[in-house]
Design a binder for this molecule. Structure first.
Ligand code: TMP
Ligand code: ASP
Length: 236
């Protein structure tokens, strides 16, 4: 499948049309951004790592019955996907407190949450992706109904159970992660975007070493080595 015109360039990926009206190509970029792109960087090979990590995770989720936009990996950093229109909600699931949760609510960094917390953020760069509740999501027409929101939450929880147990077996704690969903031409809601160390937090179970984009956000160094380690563990 060949790339046709570019549809959109995001912070982490470029999306291209193809000759098939219902299929697009996602090209994973080496760029890294944080804090709503206030901080910018580039890590050669990061795009390829995220493409492969996302491929493995989408395959795992599909095998477990989750409907995703993934069709196949085309090459190092290109993925063929079903065309969807993205629901403008970032669905964040958290197992361990850190990041904006600790900052906003004062919950101690590293405390294990008594239950997995699912949150919605409004996907709008100009507004800095603010946290929203269900009523905001309906008001903003992000979703058509409460049922759709419940579906997003339920699916996020299901994905959390699958991934948490998978990564636990790889010696990693899945601390938190962000999902995006989209609707295909028939209105089916599919898991979309990517699942990678850009969109998840992984801590080594033994050492608590951070193996994700926090290494870039917090200037910890060895960003690429961390992503390579995540891929190595996924494949082992
Ligand atoms: P947060 O603690 O900064 O709110 O991040 C929660 C999770 O969501 C974390 O795994 C990183 C991911 N995330 C994104 O993928 N994109 C974003 O824009 C933000 C803010 C977080
Ligand atoms: N992805 C967001 C950005 O580029 C924020 C983040 O992941 O920290 O700014």
């Amino acid at each position: 499948m060949e790339k046709a015109s570019m549809i959109y360039e995001g912070k982490g990926k470029k999306l291209y049309n193809t000759s098939h009206p219902d299929q697009v190509i996602a090209e994973f970029k080496d760029d890294l951004t944080a804090f709503n792109a206030e901080k910018k960087g580039n890590e050669a090979g990061k795009g390829a790592l995220n493409c492969q990590i996302s491929t493995e995770i989408f395959k795992l989720l599909e095998a477990e019955g989750i409907k995703t936009h993934f069709i196949k990996q085309l090459d190092e950093k290109n993925m063929l996907c079903k065309r969807v229109s993205i629901i403008p909600i970032e669905v964040v699931t958290r197992n361990i407190a850190t990041g904006s949760l600790s900052k906003r609510l004062g919950i101690k960094e590293g405390s294990v949450l008594p239950f997995s917390l699912v949150e919605f953020y409004y996907k709008d760069d100009a507004l800095g992706d603010p946290i929203i509740n269900d009523e905001h999501a309906i008001l903003l027409k992000c979703a058509n109904s409460q049922e759709e929101l419940e579906f997003l939450k339920e699916t996020a929880r299901e994905i959390n159970e699958i991934l948490r147990s998978f990564f636990d077996g790889k010696g990693l704690n899945l601390v938190d992660f962000k999902l995006e969903f989209g609707k295909d031409s028939e209105g089916n809601i599919l898991l979309a975007d990517e699942i990678s160390p850009d969109s998840c937090r992984f801590w080594d179970k033994k050492t608590n070493e951070k193996l994700d984009k926090d290494r870039f956000r917090q200037d910890l160094g060895n960003v690429k080595m961390a992503y390579e380690e995540v891929l190595r563990r996924i494949l082992n």
